[in-house]
Write a protein that binds this ligand. Structure first.
Ligand code: CP
Length: 318
């Protein structure tokens, strides 16, 4: 099996509960990855994903290889039948098969490039690796999804929820650079698969792809959205709509998360996947407050990765 997105999870609640159990004894499955190797390929920067995925694999007894592919690998061609007489030195057809000979799982981070929306939304890089690799593929954030982060976020909400059906709000906040929709897309997808009163709030022009919005209530009134919320999950993303795809069209600081806005919540917890720009996305007094879960979220990245890798190992060993 691959862990590409939520469709690779047979039962989300079971995965969440297993991850919470794993935290009590992270080395309990230390023998399951013995003599197996995971290769982590990074086309983009990372702190949490890089270290937590390595940690997860080490907890499972695996060998780990890491390559900063974007900076150090050959530039890859993805097109079928291309005459490769320009800058790209290697085709993904060979690269994916070659990497597969060195490891038992290949994990890949490859963000949206914002050059061509169709390429991004068809997951050009991850799709090609899943097509040509001969070992399972783990998604460490692709063009349109971040399933390890979303699984982490569901684990964190499960640990901190005091209600059977919490109100969970995904709020846009301003950022000076154009960021992918991946984290917001996956958060929305996993939240829709959970028993939440789920609300998305963003300015006009920042509508997400409807396939991820699903049954969520969507509003451009952030103040209204925050009322009685149990969890405020904050993230910037750039527009999905064709006319402004991958551009910055709004930097309105009125969307920043402040202590005043958090007062309207039900003693709501503050969440963000990190990295975060302090006092642009969120005020210091909110992220530094006792209701901020950001450090605990980052810790849960290890256990989300560990569950995903463990499931892949089980599928290999079947
Ligand atoms: N949240 C997250 O994926 O962090 P990194 O980009 O640092 O890996």
């Amino acid at each position: 099996m691959n862990y590409f997105d939520i469709n690779d999870i047979d039962n989300l609640s079971t995965w969440i509960n297993e991850a919470i159990e794993l935290k009590k004894d992270p080395l309990v499955y230390k023998s399951s990855g013995a003599n197996k190797t995971i290769c982590l390929l990074f086309f983009n920067n990372s702190l949490r994903t890089r270290l937590s995925t390595q940690k997860a694999a080490l907890n499972l007894g695996m060998n780990v290889m890491v390559m900063n592919f974007g900076a150090e690998g050959w530039q890859l061609e993805y097109g079928d039948g291309e005459i490769m007489d320009q800058g790209k030195s290697e085709h993904v057809i060979e690269a994916a098969q070659v990497v597969s000979q060195y490891c038992d799982i290949v994990a890949i981070r490859a963000f949206a490039k914002f050059e061509n929306k169709e390429d991004d939304y068809q997951e050009q890089v991850l799709s090609a690796f899943m097509k040509y690799a001969t070992v399972p593929v783990l998604n460490m954030e692709s063009a349109i999804g971040h399933p390890l982060q979303a699984l982490t976020d569901m684990i964190t909400i499960a640990e901190h929820s005091t209600k059977a059906r919490p109100k969970v709000v995904l709020s846009w906040a301003p950022h000076p650079k154009a960021l992918p929709q991946a984290v917001a897309n996956s958060f929305a997808q996993y939240a829709n698969a959970s028993d939440f009163d789920f609300v998305i709030t963003h300015p006009k022009g920042y509508e997400l792809d409807p396939q991820f919005v699903g049954k969520a209530m969507v509003t451009i009134n952030q103040e209204e959205a925050f009322k009685d919320a149990d969890f405020i999950y904050v993230k910037n993303w750039s527009p999905f709509a064709d006319e402004n795809y991958g551009k910055v069209i709004n930097t309105d600081s009125n969307w920043k998360i402040t202590a005043k806005k958090m007062e309207a919540t039900n003693n709501g917890k503050f969440m963000h996947c990190l990295p975060v720009r302090r006092n642009v996305i969120v005020d210091d007094e909110v992220i530094d407050s006792k209701n901020s879960l950001v450090i605990k979220q980052a810790n849960n990245r290890t256990f989300a990765a560990q569950i995903a890798i463990k499931k892949i190992l089980e599928s290999i060993n079947k």
